[in-house]
Ligand binder design. Sequence first.
Ligand code: PMP
Ligand code: GLN
Length: 423
Amino acid sequence: MSKQIHARRIEGIDKNVWVEFTQLVVEHKVNVNLGQGFPDFSPPEFAKEYFKDALFESGGMLNQYTRAFGHPLLVKVLAQFFSKLFGQDLDANLNILVTVGAYQALFCTFQALIDEGDEVIVIEPFFDCYEPMVKMAGGTPVFIPLRLKSLKEGVPLSSGDWMLDPEELAAKFTAKTKAIVINSPNNPLGKVYKKQELEMIAELCIKNNVLCFSDEVYEWLVYDGTEHIRIASLPGMWDRTISIGSAGKTFSATGWKVGWAFGPDHLLRHLRTVHQNSLYHCPTVAQEAVAQSFQKEFERFSEPESYFVQLPQQLSLKRDQLVRCLTAVGMKPIVPEGGYFLIADISGVKVDLPEPSDRDEPYDFRFVKWMIKNKGFATIPVSAFYSSQNKKHFSHFIRFCFAKKDDTLIAAEKILQSWNLTN
Ligand code: PMP
Ligand code: GLN
C-alpha cells in the first residue's frame, strides 16, 4: 500500500500570493514595484551603523548564539520602552519573546495556543498567513468582514469607513472560540481601530473568555493625528492578549527579520516551548542593532527628530501623492489611516484582459498579472486577503505599497498617466 507523502495539515495551503507575485516580478521586466510591502529606501543611518558595529564588535561574540528567547540587551530595552505603552511593568525575561520576524511570532502563537477543534475569529480583509497558520494548528478560522458603513458622494472613502457590525461579531463567538485575531493598523486596508471599536472587541473577549492575538507591526505608522491604541492596554485585556511587532516595519529593515511577542507569562511560556523546539534563537547581530536603535528612540521619544515621528510624516506625504495620482486616472483609492498600503477600486478601469486560463481565478489576480506583464507595474490583488467564500465579493480592488522612494512613485504616476485607463 502506498503511503501518503505530505502531512494532512498542509493540505490546501500550498498557494501563496507572495511567492506567486514575487516570482512574476522577477520573470518580467518590472520598472515599478508597489507590490510586496517593503521600503525601497534605506533604513535610518543610525540603525545601519549599529548593525555594522555589532558585526565588527571587537570580541566578535555578537556573531555567536545568544539567549534563546531574546538577546539580553534587546529584551531589556523592549521592556523599558513598552512598559509605559502597555501600562504594565514588563519583565524582560517573562513577558517578551524575540522571534524571526512577526511571522514567527504569529506562528508560535497559533501553534502554542490553538488546538484541534478550536475556532479562531479572523476579520476580513486579513494578512493572508493567518488562515493557513490557524489551519496548521488544527483550528478552524471563522471569518467576519469589515463592512462599508457610509458612502459620501464626491468624498474619497477612508479606511475608517470600514467597520465591524457589533451584532454580527457577537454572533461569531461560540463555545469553541479560542481566540480572535486583530490587525491594527491593518494590512491591506490601512484601518486603525478606534478606542470604541477595540473596547467592543475587548468586552466580547472577556465575556466569552477568549484570547486576542493583536498584530501591530505597523504601530508607528499612523497618519493625520490618528492614534494607535494597543488592545492589551485596555482593562482586563493584558492577561488574554499576545501583541506582536516587527523591527522590519519599525526601522524600515524588513530583511533583518527581527520580531517579537509581548504577553503575560502564563501565555508566553507556551510560545517559548514552540520557539525552543523549532528556531531556538534569532540572529544576534540583528537583535543587537535593533536593541541599540530602540535605545536611541527611547531617549528621544516623541521628539521631532525621532524616527517614529519622522517616518509617518514622510509616509503620509507619499500616501497623499499616490491618492491624488490614482484619483486623477480614474481609480477610487480608499485613504488609509495607517500602515504601508492603500487599496483602490478598479471597477471603472477598462482593460482588455485575455480569456482566463483558470475560470476560478479572481478578476483582480488577472488584472494584476496583466499589469505586471504589459505595463511593468506590480501591485497585489486584494482578494488574496479574503477567505475563499468571500473572495468573489472583493475582486475589484488592488493594493499599492506607498513605502517607496519619491522617484518610484513618480515613475508609477508616469505609467498610470500614459495608460489612459478609463477609455
Ligand atoms: N503581520 C503583518 C500585518 C504584515 O504585514 C507582515 C509583513 N511584514 C507581517 C506580520 C510579518 O512581518 P515580518 O516581516 O516581521 O515577519
Ligand atoms: N507584509 C508584506 C506585505 O504585505 C510582505 C509579506 C511577504 O512578503 N510575505 O506585502
